[in-house]
Ligand binder design. Structure first.
Ligand SMILES: Nc1ncnc2c1ncn2[C@@H]1O[C@H](COP(=O)(O)OP(=O)(O)O)[C@@H](O)[C@H]1O
Ligand SMILES: [Mg+2]
Length: 433
């Protein structure tokens, strides 16, 4: 388990991306200055002047974009989080919204057209750009690509991976059995991603011709050396999850209400999103029990929702009249998520060899100080030094440790004094080993 200095808690950021449409609803508004989404509602039992028939709900978010330009959206919503990951912080980016609102377009995009590439390809590019700019950092990267389809887990990078299992250890969640492919170049990473994409489950329905029918989590794990010397460095480890959630759908609207595989898929997607909402609600309410375990996607997102992770969500909206209910539902979820707080740790792993080296270097420095003191005080009346035997060196270093723990200024002492201290401690204190 990596260790590092804890930072204070941080909020989850919510960005809104609005899908272009030829018939936007007159009930849907955005207020750019305050980053607010406003939706008019007709009052059920209103009376009086026509304006009073209208209620308005407001959702405040961190940013709103209507851009169709994939690069612009990545620059404003994705780049900073990937930079955090490169610095050694766990990060998760989630695309959320109703079916057909542009989640897969945002995350995966269209790999055949350069300008239409989504967050995943752009994050890969940013990471390898950094790796090439700083070859000394020795960045090592691994890729995993997981699909959750009808509560089953599938390894999109290795079809032979069987019996994938979610393991949770001291707040750290990982999938046992999921392939972790080492990648050395951007081309290799993109190849992995494209191969994984081919394995995903898609279907065609009334709202989306190429509708992804599963949740996917594309993960990049990084190890990188930080330190001044080649031989003395810490390893920074971090994980970046790029999550494309399946969209909730009204069975009547996608025309899957009559039965068959798509209906089963839709029910499973809606159920897992509903359970995710319940988990988010429980965290928001500060409930002692949070039902993470009730769905695979909830438990996999546990760290992103309440653990060691910097999390951002892109809420994809399709602002047509026909989808106003879905827009409100999705915005409500994002609003709840926005008040959750996670924490962020700089994940530094200190190598045992490095630790030993540091300890030895410290001991050498202590011995040098001792010799310098001996030389300086040589021949002075009233002072005597024992030769530095193994036994009294051990006494010396333990004493230093004791003095440091007492928060004393580390000082030079001679062995007589140390022996007195030892005798005194024997009577009064427990010796610190
Ligand atoms: N912001 C956008 N700009 C341009 N086209 C978009 C945008 N969002 C969605 N689309 C188009 O809508 C279609 C459906 O989007 P998709 O990402 O598959 O939806 P979802 O994954 O949310 O179900 C895509 O084929 C894409 O061409
Ligand atoms: Mg999709």
């Amino acid at each position: 388990m990596p260790s590092g200095e804890p930072l204070s808690s941080i909020g989850i950021k919510v960005h809104v991306r609005i899908r272009p449409t030829a018939k936007p609803s007159p009930m849907f508004h955005i207020e750019d200055q305050t980053n607010t989404v406003l939706i008019d509602l007709l009052k059920q039992n209103g009376g009086g002047a026509p304006e009073s028939f209208v209620d308005q709900i407001a959702f405040s978010v961190n940013s709103i974009t209507q851009s169709t330009d994939q690069s612009e959206v990545y620059e404003s919503c994705g780049r900073a989080l990937v930079k955090d990951f490169l610095e050694g912080y766990n990060a998760t980016f989630i695309a959320y919204g109703q079916v057909g609102s542009g989640k897969t377009y945002t995350m995966a995009g269209d790999m055949k057209v350069n300008a239409h590439r989504g967050f995943i390809a752009r994050a890969i590019h940013q990471i390898f750009e950094e790796k090439e700019a700083d070859p000394g950092s020795g960045i090592v990267l691994y890729i995993s690509y997981l699909e959750i389809y009808q509560e089953g887990m599938y390894d999109l990078l290795n079809q032979r991976s069987k019996d994938l299992m979610i393991i949770e250890e001291s707040g750290y969640v990982y999938i046992r059995g999921l392939a972790k492919i080492p990648v050395e170049t951007e081309a290799q990473a993109l190849m992995c991603f494209s191969e994984g994409e081919k394995q995903r489950s898609y279907a065609c329905h009334q709202i989306n011709q190429v509708s992804s029918r599963s949740h996917t989590i594309f993960t990049l794990c990084m190890e990188k050396r930080v330190g001044r010397f080649k031989t003395e460095y810490d390893t920074v480890v971090a994980k970046l999850n790029l999550v494309d959630l399946a969209g909730f759908e009204r069975l009547k609207k996608t025309n899957t209400s009559t039965g068959g595989r798509m209906r089963v898929e839709a029910c499973s997607i809606n159920k897992s999103l509903c359970l995710l909402e319940q988990a988010v609600y429980a965290i928001k309410q500060g409930q002692e029990y949070v039902p993470f375990r009730q769905s695979k996607i909830s438990i996999i997102l546990k760290e992103a929702l309440s653990g060691n992770c910097r999390t951002e969500l892109i809420l994809c909206l399709w602002p047509e009249e026909y989808f106003l209910d879905e827009t409100i539902k999705a915005s409500r979820f994002a609003q709840r998520l926005k008040v959750l707080r996670t924490f962020s740790i700089h994940n530094k792993k200190i190598d045992c060899c490095v630790l030993n080296e540091r300890r030895h270097a410290q001991e050498i420095a202590n011995l040098q100080q001792e010799l310098a003191l001996k030389d300086a005080l040589q021949g002075r009346p009233g002072l005597s030094f024992d030769d530095l035997t193994l036994e009294n060196y051990s006494l010396y270093s333990r004493s230093l440790k004791y003095l440091c723990e007492l928060n004393w200024k580390k000082c030079l002492v001679n062995m007589d004094w140390l022996n007195q201290l030892k005798n005194h401690k024997k009577q009064n204190l427990v010796w610190v080993n």
